[in-house]
Ligand binder design. Structure first.
Ligand SMILES: Nc1ncnc2c1ncn2[C@@H]1O[C@H](COP(=O)(O)OP(=O)(O)OP(=O)(O)O)[C@@H](O)[C@H]1O
Length: 345
C-alpha cells in the first residue's frame, strides 16, 4: 500500500473528534454514529482552500454518492479518507480507525479505487491481484481461491491469464475494483469508477456495485453526474468549491429545494381573472407566466405538500374550474444545477 504522499503539517489538535466506545473490532478510536465520519476536514494548498470544513457521516451499509463538478474537492476528500493526504485541519474515522492517527488500521478496512490507476507492464491479471493480496499479507494458501472469487465477481475469470495492458478500459476498471476486494474490506471508497466507460460498461459497473452493497459493503462513490448515482445510492452529498451544499437522501435534498417548487395550473374558465386574483392573494405564490392558449399559469410556490393541497382547495372553493394542477418535476440535473448554483443554503 502507498504511504501518505502529502507533506503538509499534521492535524490541528483541537479538531480531533472526541472518542467514544468503539463499536468495530480493532478500532482505536470510534466514530459517533457512522462507519465513515468526516469532521471539519479542511485542506489548503498555500492560500487556496480546496476543501473547507467538510463534515458528513455515512452509516453502515449505505451507498453514498459524492457528487460535485470538476474541481469541487471530491478527490481531495477521498484521498484524505484513503490516508493518502494529510489534512490542514480536521479528522475522520473509518470503522472506528482514525485516518490521521491510525492510517494502517484504516487501510485494512477500506478498498480504495483511485480516479486514475496505473497498471504494470508485463503483468497478468492474476499476478496483478496476487500482488495486492501479498501486500495485504494474505497467506499463499488462500490467495488462489480469493483471486478466483473476485475475478468471478467482476466477471473476468476468462481473462485470468491475460496481460493487464491488453484489457479494455471497462475490464481494467473492473479489475481495479477486484483489487479493492482481495482483503474483503467492509468499506469501499471509489473515485469516479465509471468515468470514461461506455454506457454498457457503466450499467455493468453499477450492477456490480449494487451486488457489493447486497454483500454488506458500505460504499462511498464519487461522480460529477448526479443521474449516474441517483438511482442506486441511498444517500448523496453535494460538494462545490470545497463546501458541502447538501447531504442526505435524494428526497430529503429535493425537500430542501421545495421553496422553489414550480407549479403548472391549467384552467377551463374562458376568463383567467378569478383564478389570477385567487393565486395572487396567496402569500407563498408568485405567478411567473400565463399562457392564454392552454390557459395555463406557471407559478413559483413556497410551501409543503399540505399547503399545496390547500391551494387547490382554494381554487375549487373560489369557483375556478381546474383542468390540471401539477408540480413541475425537476430533473435530477436541474436539482443538481440549483444546488450547485448556491440556490440552496
Ligand atoms: N496538489 C495540489 N496542489 C494545488 N491545488 C490542488 C492540488 N490538488 C488539488 N488541487 C485543487 O483543489 C481543488 C479540488 O480538487 P479535487 O481534485 O479534489 O477536485 P474533484 O472534485 O475531485 O475534481 P474532478 O471531478 O475534476 O476530479 C481543485 O481546484 C484543484 O485544482
Amino acid at each position: 500500500m502507498n504511504s501518505p504522499v502529502d507533506s503538509t503539517p499534521t492535524v490541528d489538535p483541537g479538531a480531533v473528534l472526541a472518542v467514544q466506545s468503539a463499536p468495530y473490532p480493532g478500532a482505536t478510536t470510534a466514530p459517533t454514529r457512522g462507519i465513515i465520519e468526516v469532521r471539519d476536514f479542511t485542506k489548503c494548498y498555500g492560500e487556496f482552500v480546496a476543501v473547507d470544513q467538510l463534515s458528513f457521516t455515512i452509516g453502515e451499509g449505505e451507498i453514498f454518492g459524492f457528487i460535485g463538478p470538476n474541481g469541487a474537492g471530491k478527490s481531495t476528500t477521498i484521498r484524505f479518507l484513503a490516508t493518502l493526504l494529510r489534512p490542514t485541519s480536521g479528522s475522520a474515522f473509518v470503522a472506528g480507525h482514525s485516518v490521521v492517527d491510525d492510517p494502517m488500521g484504516v487501510r485494512r478496512v477500506i478498498g480504495f479505487m483511485p480516479d486514475d490507476f496505473g497498471v504494470y507492464d508485463g503483468m497478468k491479471v492474476w499476478e496483478f491481484l496476487d500482488f495486492f493480496a501479498v501486500a495485504y499479507e494474505i497467506p499463499r494458501a488462500r490467495r488462489r481461491t480469493i483471486i478466483n472469487d473476485v475475478l468471478n465477481l467482476v466477471d473476468l475469470t476468462h481473462k485470468r491469464d491475460d496481460f493487464v495492458n491488453g484489457l479494455s478500459k471497462g475490464m481494467k476498471q473492473r479489475l481495479c475494483l477486484a483489487k479493492t476486494l482481495v482483503h474483503d474490506p467492509p468499506v469501499l471508497i471509489l473515485d469516479e469508477p465509471a468515468s470514461g466507460l461506455d454506457p454498457r460498461a457503466r450499467v455493468e459497473m453499477k450492477a456490480l456495485l449494487v451486488e457489493l452493497s447486497r454483500m454488506g459493503k458500505t460504499i462511498l462513490i464519487s461522480s460529477h453526474i448526479l443521474s449516474e448515482l441517483a438511482d442506486f445510492c441511498t444517500m448523496i452529498g453535494v460538494i462545490e468549491r470545497g463546501r458541502l451544499l447538501a447531504c442526505g437522501g435524494i428526497q430529503h435534498i429535493q425537500r430542501q429545494i421545495q421553496a422553489h417548487r414550480i407549479l403548472k395550473i391549467r384552467i377551463l374558465d374562458p376568463e383567467p381573472t378569478r383564478a389570477r386574483d385567487l393565486l395572487e392573494s396567496h402569500p407563498g405564490l408568485t405567478i411567473l407566466d400565463f399562457a392564454p392558449g392552454p390557459r395555463a399559469f406557471t407559478c413559483e410556490f413556497q410551501g409543503d405538500d399540505q399547503q399545496f393541497a390547500d391551494l387547490l382547495e382554494l381554487l375549487f372553493k373560489g369557483g375556478v374550474r381546474v383542468h390540471s394542477f401539477a408540480e413541475e418535476e425537476l430533473s435530477l440535473e436541474e436539482v443538481f444545477m440549483r444546488i450547485t448554483k448556491g440556490i440552496v443554503n
